[in-house]
Design a protein around this ligand. Sequence first.
Ligand code: ZN
Length: 240
Amino acid sequence: MLNALFTGYMLAILSSWLKSSFDNYQLKNRSLLARSKCDHCGKKLKWFNLFPVLSYLFQRGTSTCCKKKISRNYLYIESSTFLLGCIFIFFEFSLSSILLIPFLVILVFLDEKYQEIPIWLNALILLVVSLSKENLDPIMLLNAGMIFLGLIIIYWLYRVFRKREGLGLGDIILIFSLSLYLEIPTIFLLISISAALLIVKIIFSKDYYKPHAFGSWLSGCLIGFILFQEFYEFANSVPI
Ligand SMILES: [Zn+2]
């Protein structure tokens, strides 16, 4: 029970940070660790303003600096991720799944909106993936390295012959991390399903010449894979 509340609250803090990174994504020179500011007057928030859900409730939805209404989106996002954290613990999700899901969700939004995957997000995903593997199998590392090298060659050929980027470098780093996480052949299944869905989207939207994000589809499908696997394992672990 305590474990669920703690995990839920940690996820609420993480989601609050990810939301502010998303909102401020286009601000130049903004440090990722910069102290949050008031949406209205721009004053730096105090430490007691920073508790997800609780600060909102104690302040009755108004800011302490300028007494204006705080957007309800904070409350909705923080309380729903809190609940999700509790649900994940109830269904005995692994820690790596619990951490990966919020990063993958924010990746979907960032990549769809800006068509790029920020390097810090790729680094965080790679970090969680590396920590989830207690002992990294050298064969797996080699496989992921070969996939990475293959994609770099495709990237380079595309640039040389078509004079533009076909696949972003961010996508390639993401695929490297995911191939460490999923191993062969699951990673190829993930790439195929994501590509098929993206093609369906392109056909339906009729935007044949516009660049499309691919990382978002990889992330979205991986969230599906993780949920399926975690619920499947839980269902099998409960004696009937
Ligand atoms: Zn203010």
